[in-house]
Write a protein that binds this ligand. Structure first.
Ligand code: 13P
Length: 380
């Protein structure tokens, strides 16, 4: 493995939600269903209590941890991975309880893929994703009917990124489409073009463009659909001739990376390799040496010759963790998502027979969303 830096100026990444640092009293805090008392659990006690709560639950619980989660949480995960790997784990997990240390849409997908007897828990319901909220089902249905007024809708294959709500996944399944993640977006898009003429790509404009372009589709055959404009802000002719219709959504973290940052890191670290997540803008993806999912980024760095320097364009916990494994410097963090206090709260409550923060997708939505997710898992 080599040396690692973030391609971002770390100062631009501040503004994250920081967990409160409370002076811990010497009493056993955090008992019962109320989360607030868990904020009083001393940091020094968290590890032991999480480990004990997990051990008590034994094989009844499976903890899934996304690469973006902080070290204090991810170290308790039975399985760690990117969103594709974790969906697969969720569909195969044996425990009665699947505790998902990730964001809301990932836990929702796990609930769609779980077996009958299983329950999915998201330790902190605030662990959301702004991109998933950028495609509202009403807007997507309106888009579909506008598109259908111009072209035969059987020619359009909807593909939704995993980072979308269950309602959008369900819409996708119902209209013959598939879910994808950043790992298999190209495979899913290839399948979609084998099946139809056009792809409606939801809700990440950048992943759709970066994937399509790398598959050889020219930029002028892609249009952006702005849900707040009539016909998405496009002319009927542009819609008829487009091959990819990109929903105007983005990840607020990856959108912050710029080609100027890439140029600067190259100036300051001659010979450095730049790898970016495909949720980054097109210009950044083009300026990078390669793009990859969280798992892809880890693998690329692990497989590179010792001494290789890397600049990484993705969320900072992952960059920090890789940096630490390399005994490298510190970078300021952005998104905390699940805290160890939330994980402890969820596990201790399960031990007491209380299910907190259950994620539950209604049956009708599950039905079609499952079709779209299963299709993705077969295209993986
Ligand atoms: P990965 O599929 O690369 O893990 O990405 C998940 C994600 O939410 C990126 O923002």
């Amino acid at each position: 493995m080599g040396n690692l830096v973030s391609i971002s100026d770390s100062s631009t990444l501040i503004g994250a939600h920081q967990p409160p640092t409370l002076r811990a009293p010497e009493i056993e805090a955090g008992v019962g269903c109320d989360f607030d008392s868990y904020l009083l659990v001393p940091d020094t006690a968290l590890d032991d209590r999480i480990a004990a709560a997990k051990a008590r639950l034994g094989p009844d619980v499976v903890i899934l941890g996304h690469h973006y989660q902080r070290d204090e949480v991810v170290k308790f995960a039975d399985f760690r991975g990117d969103s594709l790997k974790l969906s697969f784990q969720a569909s195969q997990a044996e425990g009665r309880y699947i505790v998902f240390c990730g964001v809301h849409f990932m836990a929702e997908s796990a609930d769609i893929l779980r077996r009958e007897h299983q329950t999915v828990i998201l330790p902190d319901l605030n662990a959301g994703c702004s991109m998933a909220d950028m495609a509202d089902i009403g807007q997507v249905e309106a888009c579909w009917s506008e598109l259908s007024s111009l072209v035969d809708s059987r020619e359009i294959i909807p593909v939704t990124y995993m980072n979308s709500t269950a309602a959008i996944k369900s819409f996708t399944g119902e209209h013959g489409g598939s879910v994808c993640t950043s790992t298999n977006a190209a495979a899913v898009m290839r399948w979609a073009f084998d099946t139809g003429e056009k792809v409606l790509f939801l809700p990440d404009e950048h992943l759709g463009r970066n994937t399509g372009y790398r598959m050889g589709i020219p930029l002028d055959q892609m249009i952006v659909w702005d849900p707040y404009e009539e016909f998405g802000g496009n002319t009927p002719e542009a819609i008829r001739s487009a091959r990819i219709i990109l929903w105007k959504g983005y990840c607020s973290v990856h959108q912050r990376f710029t080609p100027q940052q890439v140029a600067r890191v190259r100036r300051e670290h001659p010979g450095i390799r730049v790898i970016a997540h495909p949720e980054c803008r097109f210009e950044v993806a083009q300026a990078a040496d390669q793009i990859g999912s969280t798992e892809g980024i880890i693998k690329a760095i692990q497989d590179s010759p010792a001494g290789t320097q890397w600049a990484v364009g993705t969320e900072i916990h992952l960059v920090n963790r890789l940096g630490k494994e390399l005994k490298n410097h510190k970078v300021i963090s952005l998104m905390f998502r699940i805290t160890p206090q939330h994980l402890l709260w969820a596990l201790e409550n399960l031990g007491e027979g209380n299910v907190v923060n259950r994620i539950s997708v209604d049956e009708r939505t599950r039905h079609h969303a499952r079709v779209a997710l299963d299709r993705m898992l077969t295209l993986r």
